[in-house]
Design a protein around this ligand. Structure first.
Ligand code: OSB
Ligand code: MG
Length: 367
């Protein structure tokens, strides 16, 4: 596949409601859309680096720099034989997983389209519907949270995740569990605690939580192993896992018993599949995380989540839960039974709405 043209777009989309986590409040989401053209076909990918370096050190600006100056030159105007070929052409670049994943996603779409198959099929997916959940930001009061959760449960979502932080934890969890004794419920701390707060974290064992996501340091694996020893509830790592090697370390140290896979965080779909397969071989369940993607990124996420060992509902929600209007057609919807259909058309399986994309673009450059 000869790569003839690449376009980067910095996009900014307003969230339907502010999203508050232990890292702060987001009102809109900034990402980079990568478009790769070759042999009459177009591939689309989304780089999930955000406007701020709070979840990850990467930002839209650092990812743009890495893409423009290092990743694009390694494939532009070259004949790329496979995705692995492209990955090895920029393997000298250390880190910058989100920048790499955005480009890799566009290449997966392009290659899948050239083979006339869906991304799900190309990944080796085994289902045509995936179970989905919703990730809810910190609310102003437990009552407000209950109203939100009630709404999402009525829409069909199979699992509720709430964001927590010190002072916004036990009281929310307790009230929610009392109101909804049987729902699948999990919490995400985004690294807001330390081992000094182990007594507080141990209290969370009383609420039948599916998992506690990333309670400790954002690069930590060792302290999580000390914490997991003291908890009945499985720890799930998000921020700390950037590769198959990190996954292996975390599982061998028993730092977590569940893994959240986000292609952006681990450098792309290829590494995601390696992590998925390794976890399957160790009987470690995985689920698909989210980065408030537009429909372009979401399409790839849904396809990846169609793999066998994605046994827990993902943070993959309907387009309208994030944005008033998505930039793809059809937009993603949640079925009444809490599932989402896996696109069956070639590549990402949805069409980019060019006029919507144009509206949310704040900067565009082609190479
Ligand atoms: O920690 O999982 C996280 C969004 C942005 C950054 C980090 C996280 C999240 C979410 C949202 O939880 C998940 C979604 O896209 O629905
Ligand atoms: Mg998380």
């Amino acid at each position: 596949m000869r790569i003839e043209r690449i376009e980067l777009r910095h996009i900014k989309m307003e969230l339907v409601s502010p999203f508050t986590t232990s890292m702060g409040t987001e009102y809109d989401e900034e990402h980079i859309i990568v478009r790769v053209d070759g042999e009459g076909l177009t591939g689309w990918g989304e780089c999930v680096a955000e406007g701020t370096p709070f979840y990850s050190y990467e930002t839209v600006t650092t990812a743009w720099h890495i893409l423009q100056d290092f990743l694009l030159p390694s494939i532009l105007n070259k004949n790329i034989l496979s995705i692995d070929d492209a990955i090895s052409s920029y393997s000298k670049v250390r880190g910058h997983m989100m920048a790499k994943a955005g480009l890799e996603a566009a290449l997966w779409d392009l290659f899948a389209k050239s083979k006339n198959i869906s991304l799900s099929k190309m990944f080796g997916g085994t289902r045509d519907k995936i179970d989905v959940g919703v990730s809810i930001g910190i609310q102003s009061s437990p009552l407000e949270l209950i109203h939100k959760v009630e709404g999402y449960l009525n829409e069909g979502y199979k699992r509720i995740k709430i964001k927590i932080s010190p002072n916004n934890d036990i009281q929310f969890i307790e009230v929610l569990r009392k109101e909804f004794p049987d729902i699948l419920l999990q919490v995400d701390a985004n690294s807001a605690y330390t081992l000094d707060q182990i007594d507080l974290l141990k209290q969370m064992d009383d609420y039948n939580l599916l998992l506690i996501e990333q309670p400790l340091g954002y690069e930590d694996i060792y302290d999580h192993s000390k914490l997991q020893r003291e908890l009945k509830t499985p720890i799930c790592l998000d921020e700390s896992i950037h590769s198959l090697d990190d996954t292996r370390a975390a599982i061998e140290l028993d730092s977590c018993r569940i893994i959240n896979i986000k292609p952006g965080r681990v450098g792309g779909f290829t590494e995601s599949i390696l992590i998925h397969d390794y976890c399957a071989s160790k009987n470690i369940p995985v689920w698909h995380g989210g980065m408030l993607e537009s429909g372009i990124g979401r399409a790839g996420n849904v396809a990846l989540a169609s793999l066998q060992n994605f046994t827990l509902p993902g943070d993959i929600s309907a387009s309208k839960r994030y944005y008033k209007q998505d930039i793809v057609e059809p937009e993603f919807i949640v079925n009444k039974d809490g599932t989402m259909d896996v696109p069956q058309n070639d590549g990402i399986g949805v069409e980019v709405n060019m006029s919507m994309l144009e509206k949310v673009t704040v900067k565009k450059m082609s190479f």
